[in-house]
Design a protein around this ligand. Sequence first.
Ligand SMILES: Cc1cc2nc3c(=O)[nH]c(=O)nc-3n(C[C@H](O)[C@H](O)[C@H](O)COP(=O)(O)OP(=O)(O)OC[C@H]3O[C@@H](n4cnc5c(N)ncnc54)[C@H](O)[C@@H]3O)c2cc1C
Length: 402
Amino acid sequence: MNGPTRREVIRGFTAVSTAAAQSATYDIAVIGAGVFGSWTAHHLRRAGKRVILVDSFGAASSRASSGGESRVIRCAYAGDEIYSRFAQKSLGQWKDLGRRVNNALFQQAGVLHMSRNNEKYITVTSAVLSKLGIPHEKLNQAELMKRFPQIFLGDVDQAIYEPESGALMARRSVQTLVQEMVQSGLELVLEPVIPPSAKGRMDSIKTAGGRTISAGAFVFACGPWLPKVFPVELGQRIFPTRQEMFFFGVPAGDRRFAMPAMPVWIGPDNLYGVPDLENRGFKIADDDHGPPIDPDSADRLVPKESLATMRKRLGVRFPALKDAPLLESRVCQYENSSNGDFLLDKHPSTGNVWLAGGGSGHGFKHGPAVGEYMAGRILGTQTPEPRFSFASKSTVQKRAVH
Ligand SMILES: Cc1cc2nc3c(=O)[nH]c(=O)nc-3n(C[C@H](O)[C@H](O)[C@H](O)COP(=O)(O)OP(=O)(O)OC[C@H]3O[C@@H](n4cnc5c(N)ncnc54)[C@H](O)[C@@H]3O)c2cc1C
């Protein structure tokens, strides 16, 4: 039978589960249609591989880490050149995707990294950005006050400004990529995959709906679900944490908190935010790790105490927003590795199972480079990076990448 047996409409595009999908053997099955899995599928398909993508809920769903409204894309990573390179490469691919589908997935708001009494951070960051040819400016306090009078600087004395970075419309970007692949023939199945027993070579996986999917290799890009899928290997190596974010309403007619006046900003106190994009409100969040979370059962309401604390912090940094109304709040999860480095490696005890995760609160922007790296590893054309290895992932959390 050639035609589709079952169609599911996902946010404006059609996922087709064909009879072929139930019986065929694929080169690679990718489990997880978040940003890591979707870009991995993209790069494998570009290399001519026959790929099937499977997700419990659909691409960048509200439960997934990739399901947020927006995500920061910056190239500055202090001395961590590896992530600056990944971000630089990814930004190009995000822009290409936006151009291909004629959709503003990337918003060039600029990114302002504010620092306090930290000359070393400014020097090291600037050196890496200069080495990679990434445009940036060093701003002192007087220059900051002049350029961004809506920000109360307090003891912020310097900043790095990246004019060509900004924010990605996160959910829309991943769903657009998956839609593009579906339109060019990708098999997308919307069912949970039953956690496999990963010993020896894996020939197939089973879905909760009773489907068997055979493939030559399997990539598990299951974000915060990875500890549930591989409890023995990852139960103590990926730490999902509860993260809250807030969208506040800006005063009517006041353009100081939207582009081009307001950049994406990162403060010295772990607060960060995104300007009012597409009139959704001024986004603010704390990058500190929250308590452990279960992505399936978590209550996603923000408690009043958190809101009160955030409102206070908002009012200090942006005095004109001290009484701003809350428009929306979200609870999402980071899927932290022990130190913040990604996990992009072969499963330790099978020859054809791969793991892609550990985005650790900064992974979204890197989706294209992660997908390219994973495809290269699977196809044998990419040199392994020790920092992304399973072996480097400890069971003790000690954050080192920001
Ligand atoms: C609040 C917040 C703010 C963030 N801010 C930024 C930022 O500004 N910049 C940045 O670069 N990064 C940011 N991040 C990090 C980034 O969003 C994540 O690192 C990234 O989205 C992780 O993507 P992923 O594909 O690994 O996981 P996910 O997006 O969670 O995708 C995993 C997918 O696997 C599927 N799945 C799981 N188990 C199964 C199964 N058994 N069968 C089938 N499917 C399954 C799920 O349904 C899901 O769709 C932020 C994260 C959060 C939570």
